[in-house]
Design a protein around this ligand. Structure first.
Ligand code: HEC
Length: 149
């Protein structure tokens, strides 16, 4: 473990403390905030994947760790209700019999963890890992997220 990564873990602890603070809010607003954070980090990864910004292994590790923390935080916030009455794009299929929603959450978490484990040093090694992460977003959104109204 080098010093840079120790610093990231400290930042993650602050992120986790921030999500504990957010516990005052409803599960719907919390899970949307977590997804939004995941989306923001994904955009900076996408910029590097597309060659619009220079590859930076430190920035990748940091972004993926933030995404992983938010994915872990979001997972139980989809657990047990449809919370009608608050604006949400979560489709009722999430809670239907035979739903593989939670399994798909697990796949996203695994793809993020695999990227941290690989700690890709260059763009070529990052691209397949990025592709695997992006595939989990797309697959779940197609099935379980309603279009923006
Ligand atoms: C297991 C399913 C699942 C996976 C995997 C998933 N999402 Fe989502 N995402 C959802 C659902 C459901 C919503 C709608 C949440 C709501 O409105 O309550 C959502 C909402 C969002 C939003 C909108 C948040 C807002 O502002 O309301 C963004 C951005 C987003 N996801 C990005 C991502 C990215 C990027 C990934 C992949 C790294 C990803 N998601 C992976 C299910 C998933």
């Amino acid at each position: 473990m080098n010093i840079r990564k120790t610093a990231i873990i400290t930042v993650s602890a602050i992120v986790l403390a921030a999500s504990a603070y957010a516990a005052a809010h409803s599960p719907i607003s919390q899970r949307k905030a977590a997804m939004k954070e995941i989306g923001g980090q994904m955009r900076s990864l996408g910029g590097m994947a597309q060659g619009k910004t220079a590859y930076d292994d430190f920035a990748v590790f940091s972004a993926v760790e933030i995404m992983l923390n938010n994915a872990i935080a979001a997972r139980p916030l989809f657990a047990d209700s449809m919370d009608m009455g608050e604006e949400t794009r979560a489709k009722p299929e999430i809670w239907a019999a035979g739903s593989d929603f939670d399994a798909q959450m697990g796949q996203m978490i695994n793809a993020l963890q695999a990227t941290l484990d690989a700690d890709p040093a260059d763009l070529d090694s990052f691209l397949p890992l990025f592709g695997a992460i992006a595939a989990t977003c797309k697959s779940c959104h197609e099935k379980y997220r309603a279009p923006e109204s």
